[in-house]
Design a protein around this ligand. Structure first.
Ligand SMILES: Nc1nc2c(ncn2[C@@H]2O[C@H](COP(=O)(O)OP(=O)(O)OP(=O)(O)O)[C@@H](O)[C@H]2O)c(=O)[nH]1
Ligand SMILES: [Mg+2]
Length: 351
């Protein structure tokens, strides 16, 4: 999985203008007819909902758009260079700059199909037709095409989701994701089946919700154990975390504490709204332990659900609450961003 990539991009060069004169059998001194050069193509970065990382860009470091063609005789304008389109996942941030930590943000591509021109193509040069004046009717001059803009950019993916399901390997994250969305992640009885974040869309009454499964977290993930905690970058921009715990685990409380610790150690993730879920309630031995489990979990100050991702037990209640909390988080974010817009109300001037 590739979540960060540095590239050098270059807009296409403009084509040169042309110096040419009309020469036809019965038209002596037909005048200048050199056309303009075509414009160079832009480098455009655009989002594609099918992508979750930057792997498709491969190892290539330099990307250039097509050059514009030269102008031709007969006032023919050169062809414009094609834009070069780089597809990235929704949630890609684009920075420009010299590197070494001095980058400046250029765009945060948050919506499907959103695009930004990251490097402009050069304009085509002017043909000699443009330079004809009453005094100089046969100009021998044309201008060269501009060179395309060159830039150093950094792409960084931080997926934008409403809900992230986090939990230990094998706790049933993929099973839950496939129960609440149309995603079809691989489900298997061994740890680390899911090795990259998987996105699913959960239909709601008023809108759809984007849900992600983050690969399993183990104790010491922040030190690189298991698959590490790299993937938590994708939870940075989620509105709600669903902690998924395996109810059949003999160390359920420790599992919760381990997970909570790994989350708390990753930037400000600890402050996100959360829901606890204890999974695999369909298993008789888990059901038998329920009173004991409840004793501990009811003391927590967050909503708790006892579910079976496999049978669907209490899953609707869970998703209902999750959607409500996401909506609430969105409203809170909106209020904060509105409060940040300064409103100036100039007083009428006294005369
Ligand atoms: N009985 C029961 N088994 C479940 C339930 N949910 C998941 N499982 C089983 O638990 C195993 C792991 O499920 P997954 O959904 O692959 O778990 P995961 O958390 O995505 O695992 P990783 O991707 O490896 O981290 C599979 O054998 C599932 O069939 C449940 O509610 N009840
Ligand atoms: Mg999985």
């Amino acid at each position: 999985m590739v979540y960060k990539k540095e590239l050098i991009i270059r807009g296409g060069c403009g084509g040169d203008g042309c110096v040419s004169f009309l020469r036809e059998k019965y038209v002596p001194f037909g005048g200048p007819d050199g056309g303009d050069g075509g414009d160079g193509g832009n480098v455009v970065i655009t989002t594609n909902t099918n992508l979750v990382d930057l792997k498709l860009l491969g190892r290539r470091k330099e990307f250039a758009a097509e050059n514009g063609r030269r102008g031709g005789g007969g006032r023919k304008r050169g062809k414009n260079g094609e834009d070069l389109v780089i597809s990235v996942p929704v949630g890609t941030m684009v920075f420009t700059g010299p590197g070494s930590g001095q980058e400046t943000p250029l765009a945060d591509l948050k919506t499907p199909g959103q695009e930004v021109v990251a490097a402009k193509g050069g304009r085509g040069g002017l043909g000699n037709t443009r330079f004809a004046t009453a005094v100089n009717q046969a100009p021998e001059i044309a201008t060269k095409g501009e060179s395309g803009g060159k830039r150093y950019i950094i792409l960084e993916v931080k997926l934008i989701t409403d809900i992230c399901i986090v939990g230990a390997p094998n706790s049933g994250k993929s099973t839950l994701l496939s129960a609440i969305s149309r995603a079809k992640p691989e489900i298997a009885d061994y740890p680390f089946t899911t090795r990259q974040p998987i996105l699913g869309v959960m239909p709601g009454d008023r809108r759809d919700f984007v849900v992600a499964e983050i690969p399993g977290l183990v104790e010491g993930a922040h030190l690189g154990r298991g698959l590490g905690n790299e993937f938590l970058r994708h939870a940075e921009r989620t509105k709600l975390l669903i902690y998924l715990l395996d109810g059949s685990s003999p160390t359920l409380i420790d599992d919760l504490n381990t997970l909570d610790k790994e989350i708390a150690l990753y930037k400000s993730l600890g402050h996100k709204p959360k829901i606890m879920t204890v999974n695999k309630m369909d298993l008789p031995e888990v059901e038998a332990r329920l009173p004991q489990i409840k004793q501990y979990f009811t003391k927590l100050e967050v909503p708790v659900f006892y579910i079976s991702a496999l049978s669907g037990q209490a899953v609707l209640e869970l998703t209902g609450k999750a959607m409500e909390m996401v909506e609430q988080a969105s409203r809170d974010e909106e209020m904060i961003s509105q409060a940040q817009i300064a409103i100036f109300r100039p007083k009428p001037r006294k005369v």
